[in-house]
Design a protein around this ligand. Sequence first.
Ligand SMILES: [Fe+2]
Length: 258
Amino acid sequence: MTINRRNFLILISATVGYMTLGACQASEDNSSSSSTSSITTSTPKIETEIAQNTGVFQLTPLPYEYDALEPYIDAKTMQFHHDKHYAGYIKKLNTAIAKYPELQDKSAEDLLRNLNTLPEDIRNAVKNNGGGYVNHKMFWEIMTPNGGGQPEGKIANAIQESFSSFDDFKAQFNQAGLNRFGSGWAWLVLNKDGKLEITNTPNQDSPLLAGNYPIMGNDVWEHAYYLKYQNRRSDYLNAWWNVVNWPEINRRYETAIS
Ligand SMILES: [Fe+2]
């Protein structure tokens, strides 16, 4: 097999990803058991992840430990959510675009913005799995340990002007999450008119599909909360504000209005 430059970069990327994931897994396992046995028992899981880490879109580790958002979001939920659900969207997105080389230098955001121009046979797969990829990529980044509190920066003023108060904003956002029947997302978007708007979408539909920019979103699929909260979606929605990363959300807002 000829190894061209692109294959070489993918090979290097996969190797680094393997080492990073291995280090994360070993670190987490070390917290509760001896390192030798934990590394041995975790090997199959890492092999599964690296098998998914060879496409155009990459599975990157969480920017914090699985248990970093405790007690609001439990470690087991974060691990399954990231390592299984998120990894699954990435794998299926890579599979969808594999036979279309002309799409492989485009961002997932651009694929979603221009969904109707894509080959019809992959449109639904890109909508679902491209959405799953960009929605969750944002989701990991807009959460942080020791988060919560009040909004800061330009987004704080924009929320105040658009929704009267932060408390009113939170209530409306939570209601959007509760109103979404079945699986989906609650969103704060910058809409096509340049205004902040609270909305929700079904499944993995990205606001980008409708020309809106997602400033922040909360995942209300049961996989995001069921292990800890079971059917109490309202409790999850209320607890989630404790892990919100306002500096990152403000950065997204400033990017959207620039
Ligand atoms: Fe999710």
